[in-house]
Design a protein around this ligand. Structure first.
Ligand SMILES: Cc1cc2nc3c(=O)[nH]c(=O)nc-3n(C[C@H](O)[C@H](O)[C@H](O)COP(=O)(O)OP(=O)(O)OC[C@H]3O[C@@H](n4cnc5c(N)ncnc54)[C@H](O)[C@@H]3O)c2cc1C
Length: 464
């Protein structure tokens, strides 16, 4: 007979849930995790990982087209879409399998089924075969989120796709409309555009990647346009008329509505938390629109019930979910972890060129009343960037002029999603301009631009 009583039950095995389960087990708890679909959640199966596998293909494809520049010959460059998708699905499958191994290694009981919360400290699990009643001292809700669907723009899987369809396409789009230029929309736009789809991105805000620093958005937009992408800003898709094999989009821009035809639309207009059908309202859990309301320690206000990751609101990022998972397990164990600070969580977009940032944008820092010092350094001034053939990009840093605190760092260009972690560590250690200027960066590396940007903020830049 299966065990039914646990110290901790985690609902949802995404990067929030499975990490909470592992940390709980490390701290000596008897842990169970309930998952209705795939271990690894959206991140490993339908998000972070399979998109990066696809984007690696488009990056290699792009480089193959530039073979001559590197003294190489590549002829008849082409791609096989089913094989591209197969690789991405295999990568996702491999990692999801890895989570099963980690659950076993940490002696975590896995229930594959749908969980509900019938009462405080109780979980009901419906599997294919049976319904189980479980109890736990603590429960962590980590049920994640799904694509937001706007009325009239709903996905049908044929002409109009969400990220799930876009990750497992049955055909290559020829004329593609991407609605929304956040990280998810821009990554798919970048992938399909590089493979040859005639791509248009419609963004309701006044710039692409609207959460990024304005200069970075502008820089990225120029690069996307150079690659042939069409970007419509301050524009809104009002209606989609679907016919056989085509969609007519009614797009409002500059006070007028124009129509354009596409064969495929990817809707990337945000996400909504999976809050329904769990019994949350009955338990007295507060929900704001589609997210569970928590305090900064992810406590829901109901004894023994925590909510982490996408269901607990922005930023909707895997590493934020995982960090919250660790934090709640440590709280339960009587430890005193720090609350997660959203402004210290980096955001990365793996388009071409890549975009990465942490902390405040220049505009936000000013809005908060800081007197700022700003540094900039272009990729063209960096030897490694030129050697790589990646001379387009910039690193921008924002400091508090009074204290020298690094308030924010914003980058666009090759490998910046790997570089940003240097500034994240800096912020965590409450570094100042002086520490950063006194740090010796290895040569030749792209990271030298991180140094130069700081030097520039203080009038000491060397290679510019
Ligand atoms: C296309 C795309 C690309 C992305 N790229 C990145 C990226 O590069 N970097 C990044 O940081 N983030 C990225 N994200 C966001 C990232 O995937 C999420 O922030 C992350 O997965 C959130 O983790 P989570 O644990 O909160 O939830 P999820 O990963 O969504 O996991 C929740 C799990 O709960 C399960 N579940 C839900 N309800 C129940 C129930 N009642 N019973 C049992 N199980 C249930 C679900 O099946 C799911 O497996 C991307 C997202 C998408 C869609």
């Amino acid at each position: 007979m299966a065990e039914t009583s646990f110290d901790l039950i985690v609902i949802g095995a995404g990067p929030g849930g499975y990490v909470a389960a592992i940390r709980g087990a490390q701290l000596g708890m008897k842990v169970a995790i309930v998952e209705r679909e795939n271990l690894g959640g959206i991140c490993l199966n339908w998000g972070c990982i399979p998109t990066k596998a696809l984007l690696r293909t488009s990056e290699v494809f792009h480089l193959m087209h530039r073979a001559k520049e590197f003294g190489l010959k590549a002829e008849n460059i082409d791609f096989d879409l089913p094989a591209v998708v197969k690789r991405s699905r295999q990568v996702a499958g491999q990692l999801s399998g890895g989570i099963a191994h980690l659950m076993k290694k940490n002696k975590i009981t896995v229930f594959m089924g749908v969980a509900t919360l019938p009462a405080k400290r109780k979980v009901k699990v419906k599997t294919d075969k049976e319904t189980l009643d479980l109890t736990a001292k603590n429960i962590v809700l980590a049920t994640g989120a799904r694509a937001r669907e706007l009325p009239g723009l709903e996905a049908d899987g044929d002409l109009v796709w969400t990220y799930r369809h876009a990750l497992d396409p049955k055909r290559m789009p020829k004329k593609l409309l991407v609605i929304g230029s956040g990280a998810i929309g821009i990554e798919f736009a970048s992938f399909y555009n590089t493979l040859g789809a005639d791509t248009t991105v419609v963004e309701v805000m006044d710039r692409v990647l609207p959460v990024e620093d304005e200069e970075i958005s502008k820089f990225a937009k120029k690069q996307f346009e150079k690659q042939g992408m069409k970007i419509m800003q301050k524009a809104m898709v009002k209606k989609l008329d679907r016919a056989k094999g085509k969609v007519t989009a009614h797009i409002e821009v500059g006070g007028k509505v124009e129509t354009q035809e596409f064969d495929t639309v990817i809707s990337a207009v945000g996400i909504v938390g999976n809050v329904e059908g769990l019994g949350l309202e009955e338990l007295g859990v507060k929900i704001d629109r589609t997210h569970v309301v928590t305090d900064k320690y992810c406590r829901t206000g109901v004894d023994g019930l925590y909510a982490i990751g996408d269901i607990a609101g922005a930023p909707w990022l895997a590493h934020k979910a995982s960090h919250e998972g660790v934090m709640v397990a440590e709280l339960m164990a009587g430890m005193h972890p720090h609350a997660v600070k959203p402004e210290s969580i980096a955001g990365c977009t793996y388009c071409y060129p890549q975009v990465a940032s942490v902390g405040y944008t220049e505009a936000k820092a000013k809005e908060l009343g800081y007197d700022v010092k700003v540094g900039r350094f272009p990729f063209i001034g960096n030897g490694k960037a030129i050697a790589l053939g990646e001379a387009e990009g910039m690193v921008k840093t924002v400091f508090d002029a009074k204290t020298g605190e690094l308030l924010g760092a914003h980058m666009v260009g090759a490998e910046v999603t790997e570089l940003i972690q240097g500034y994240v560590v800096g912020r965590q250690l409450e570094t100042t301009e002086e520490d950063l200027m006194n740090t010796v960066f290895p040569h030749p590396t792209l990271s030298e631009m991180m140094h130069e940007s700081v030097l520039d903020a203080y009038g000491r830049v060397i290679h510019m």
